[in-house]
Design a protein around this ligand. Structure first.
Ligand code: PHE
Length: 373
């Protein structure tokens, strides 16, 4: 490259000299195989610091009667060199494109690969099934925020201040709301869907009949706990609701959900600050040989928490407990899905392992895409 640069001097003025130079430039250009090198050649021969550019600058010093002729020759050299370089660059470009096309060639005779289709996640499927059963009983779906304040998660639900039950929930707290203090400032991820009972009762006049599916959060992680899980809450408020309605509704639900008409059920006294009386519901099962079978045997399995809505909760939400009463229940969606579909480890629900999803998921998977066949 230096050779050309050196060759293009004001001394190379004659026509023969110029033609000789041109073939030298061509010879060099033809040996170039990369864009980087051709670019380098362009800079060396035509750039601001090239001999031609220098010669152009010196034109002013040339006697006037020679100036025109020299300028002409310099311009020819410049144009020709530029043309040769452009030609080579064009050729390289074309070759590169051809190489790429050759590489990316698609075989149009190949048959299309079937597009994999996803499946319905067991949690979605279970929620749909639950909603379908409760809809038949006249329940509507209600929803509420996942980020809550202390009032909706605890205070309105009759958790006394500093009550140990507040600690029982292993709450995830968020930074305090700026400019506020005390309970008002506390923001948290709801630990149960019972928070939405409060929203619904504050915004809706009885009678109320809602189910509340949603995500809940507690700082817990083992075979049967994940920090995020789902609950299905139920709330019914009316003038003459009693424990019998609660039991009838939940027994009917469990029989339909587990598809066992003769399913045994029992209610054990329990405690929740927001229900009085409170109960836990068990369903009959067998654990013979280490295998869990629902609806068989003499054993019991806890399935949900429930009770009559505490008068304090009704008051906190602007409902007169003298006039209205109702029941509420809450159950873990993962828990009932695990029982119904024999899924042993709760954590697997959220690991996004395709093999697991394919095994436990619902609906089509790996079916040929009808649009392609
Ligand atoms: N919120 C309770 C829990 O998360 C369940 C529950 C709901 C109990 C409604 C009674 C009534 O454990």
């Amino acid at each position: 490259m230096q050779e050309i640069a050196r060759g293009i001097t004001p001394a190379s003025q004659g026509k023969e000299h110029w033609q000789e130079l041109q073939s030298m430039v061509r010879e060099i250009a033809e040996k170039i195989e990369t864009f980087e090198e051709i670019e380098e050649m362009r800079v060396l021969t035509l750039g601001k610091k090239s001999e031609i550019a220098e010669a152009m600058k010196r034109l002013g010093q040339v006697p006037v009667d020679h100036r025109k002729a020299i300028a002409q020759v310099l311009n020819y050299i410049k144009e020709d060199t530029s043309k040769i370089i452009e030609e080579r660059a064009g050729l390289l470009k074309k070759a590169a494109l051809n190489a790429r096309l050759e590489q990316e060639k698609i075989d149009v005779t190949l048959s299309p690969r079937p597009a994999a289709q996803g499946t319905v996640h067991p949690i979605s499927q279970t929620m749909e099934e639950m909603i379908a059963i409760f809809s038949d009983m006249g329940f509507a779906v209600a929803e509420g925020p996942e980020i809550e304040d202390d009032f909706h998660n605890f205070t309105a639900l009759n958790f006394p201040p500093e009550h140990p039950a507040r600690q029982m929930h292993d709450t995830f707290y968020l930074p305090d709301v700026p400019g506020k203090t005390g309970d008002e400032a506390k923001r948290l991820l709801r630990t149960h869907t019972s928070t939405v009972q409060v929203h619904v009762m504050k915004n809706q006049k009885p009678s109320i009949r809602v189910i509340i599916p949603g995500r809940t959060f507690r700082s817990d992680y083992d075979m049967t706990h994940t920090p995020m899980f789902h609950q299905m809450e139920g709330l019914l408020i009316d003038k003459a609701t009693h424990m019998g309605h609660l039991k009838g509704c939940l027994i009917e639900f469990c029989k339909r959900f587990f598809e066992v008409e003769t399913l045994g059920t029992r209610f054990r006294p329990s405690f929740f600050p927001f229900t009085e009386p409170s109960a836990e519901m068990d369903i009959g099962c067998s654990r013979a040989g280490g295998e869990l079978k629902i609806g068989e045997g003499e054993d019991w399995l806890e399935i949900l928490g429930c009770g009559m809505v505490h008068p304090n909760v009704l008051k906190n939400c602007g409902i007169d407990p003298e006039e209205y009463q109702g029941f509420a229940f809450g159950m873990g969606v993962e828990r009932v899905a695990m029982l119904k579909y024999g899924i042993p480890d709760l954590r697997t629900f959220f690991e996004s392992d395709l093999r697991w999803l394919k095994h436990y998921g619902f609906g089509p998977m790996d079916q040929p895409n009808p649009a392609l066949s």
